[in-house]
Write a protein of this length. Structure first.
Length: 227
């Protein structure tokens, strides 16, 4: 049987809208082991925004369309107790199984506790966890992302770890060069979050511009607007 006719196992990708999720999509396509059947995103149902990243739902939809993939939205309350989050994710995994999905991918890089949490929570579902960019050295990875043409806007900054002036900036070579010592170039420790709008994982760029910068719940957010 020709390799092109072999049916690949179906996978969903956990999609935060940020650059690491986008790069995980790029890596999965290059690796070619799965049929990527959808992007799974948790949505703050009160604000209609991506949880944590605070990206408008309309921009998320444009991003998924640019990636050429279906978007699976998981509404969660705000604030969201952990039990509510886990209940929402259990329902999402039931949905995945009904759709024939056998694996769930994540864009995690090196946080062992986060990886183990995902493994533990997926274990009862029978859905396999996949970590396509796990263990990559983040300084080199950030440079590779930029060199590939990936661009993102910084949507959220933790001011305890990074100066608020970085909110709204473009993730590019200048951004990486300006990061202070001790800040991970990919923001893996939660220093910053982003919205990817251009790169090899997208068929077209997403038109987006940084808007007002506000402080809320101890974080600094740049409100991204459709361009």
């Amino acid at each position: 049987m020709p390799a092109s006719s072999i049916k690949k196992p179906k996978l969903w990708l956990s999609w935060s809208s940020g650059k690491d999720s986008a790069w995980a999509l790029h890596a999965l396509r290059q690796q070619g082991d799965y049929e990527i059947a959808g992007l799974l995103t948790t949505i703050n149902e009160t604000a209609s925004r991506v949880a944590m990243h605070a990206v408008r739902e309309t921009l998320l939809e444009q991003q998924a369309a640019a990636a050429g993939l279906p978007l699976i939205k998981v509404p969660i309350p705000h604030p969201c107790p952990n039990e509510a989050y886990e209940d929402a994710m259990r329902r999402a995994m039931d949905h995945a199984k009904r759709d024939g999905v056998v694996a769930m991918a994540f864009g995690d890089l090196f946080l062992e506790d986060v990886r183990q949490y995902r493994i533990d929570k997926l274990a009862p579902t029978g859905i396999d966890p996949v970590f396509p960019i796990w263990g990559l050295e983040t300084a080199a990875l950030a440079q590779e992302m930029v060199a590939s043409g990936l661009r993102a806007h910084v949507t959220c900054v933790d001011p305890k770890q990074l100066d608020p002036s970085f909110a709204g900036r473009t993730f590019d070579a200048d951004f990486i060069a300006d990061l202070p010592d001790g800040v991970d170039p990919c923001g893996e420790n939660g220093e910053f979050h982003s919205f990817a709008y251009q790169g090899p994982m997208f068929e077209t760029s997403v038109a987006v511009i940084p808007g007002e910068v506000v402080e809320r719940d101890g974080f600094v957010f740049a409100d991204l607007l459709p361009g």
